[in-house]
Design a binder for this molecule. Structure first.
Ligand code: AMP
Length: 304
């Protein structure tokens, strides 16, 4: 029996249906997307818990019900009486999606404000998964508390996995983002950046430059995703390998491409796959996810 803890923000998702006056209601968020695909990829000998904060209102309860229905553990989700969940709205125009967010006062911003609760959530877990978005939404004090909790978890032998998921709009300024992302990498065994973001915000010339930077900051292993391009891997000895990914017939919507890749990769690695096979598993899952609309695609996990 193993246990994974995914830490971050899940939001309500409102999307236009094409029928005036009706909206679809769903739930998504980078770390939740990965938890969802991990839960569907792993057998019953793995428990997947989500760690966040929500409100006590009806909408928050709907999210809790959704997570429970997906068999994602909710025991470590804090419920705060004076807050509610963040929301986003997807507008569809000529097939293009644009997003409007209401998340500046979401309950999830408090997910690390109780260090004792964080320690309880991590206690006895095998792997903790978090992202640059998890870090971005917190106060400086809570960022330090979360980094400290994960550092202690790693010190006890836990595996910390981090997707930088660079979103400058969530940070005060790019400099602050860069500094905190590197602090996060320093406590993470495995970093899973996406090259396009890294090139934009860290000026990396190629995936090898991204790898060198994260290894220099203290990450032990790095897997660099690169859209339809090669995935590049490096272990702590600095040895670099590249893997081509299977071609995708039709890209419908790249939402959650990276999140689902991470889940496919991790699930394969936890089952004992080699790095090359884990990359293929991640790319296969991502291909199924981007072949359909939305972040959570129920039939994306298929037997290989
Ligand atoms: P990204 O975060 O955009 O680099 O993408 C994460 C993963 O999703 C990649 O490593 C691929 O496995 C998959 N992916 C994203 N975009 C594409 C694409 N256009 N064609 C094929 N696979 C893609």
């Amino acid at each position: 029996m193993g246990r994974i803890v995914s830490i971050g923000e899940c939001m309500g998702e409102l999307s236009e249906t094409g029928t005036p006056g009706t909206l679809n209601m769903g739930f998504a968020g980078d770390t939740l997307n990965t938890a969802y695909y991990l839960r569907r990829s792993l057998g019953p000998d793995w428990q997947v818990d989500y760690v966040t904060a929500i409100g006590t209102d009806g909408l928050s309860q709907r999210m809790l019900d959704f997570l429970k229905a997906e068999d994602i553990g909710t025991h470590h989700i804090a419920q705060l009486a004076d807050k509610t969940i963040g929301l986003y709205y997807i507008t569809l125009k000529d097939g293009e999606r644009s997003f409007t967010y209401w998340r500046s006062d979401s309950a999830a911003k408090k997910l690390a404000s109780d260090p004792a609760a964080l320690a309880r959530a991590l206690d006895g877990a095998d792997l903790a998964y978090w992202s640059g978005i998890t870090l971005a939404i917190l106060s400086n004090q809570d960022r330090l508390a979360l980094i400290e909790a994960l550092s202690q978890f790693a010190g006890r032998g836990g595996t910390v996995v981090f997707d930088p998921n660079l979103r400058p709009r969530l940070w005060d300024n790019p400099e602050s983002m860069r500094g905190w992302i590197h602090r996060a990498a320093a406590v993470s065994d495995l970093c899973l950046p996406s090259f396009e973001d890294e090139a934009t915000w860290f000026d990396d010339a190629d995936p090898e430059a991204t790898i060198k930077r994260y290894l220099a900051e203290g990450a032990r292993r790095v897997v660099v995703k690169n859209g339809a391009g090669y995935v590049t891997f490096a272990g702590s000895n600095g040895e670099i390998s590249t893997s081509a990914i299977p071609p995708v017939e039709q890209v419908v919507d790249t939402t959650a491409a990276g999140d689902s890749f991470n889940a496919g990769y991790l699930a394969a690695e936890l089952a004992g796959a080699s790095v090359a096979d884990a990359i293929t598993a991640g790319a296969r899952l991502a291909a199924n996810v981007i072949g359909a609309r939305g972040a959570l695609v129920p039939d994306a996990v298929r037997p290989s």
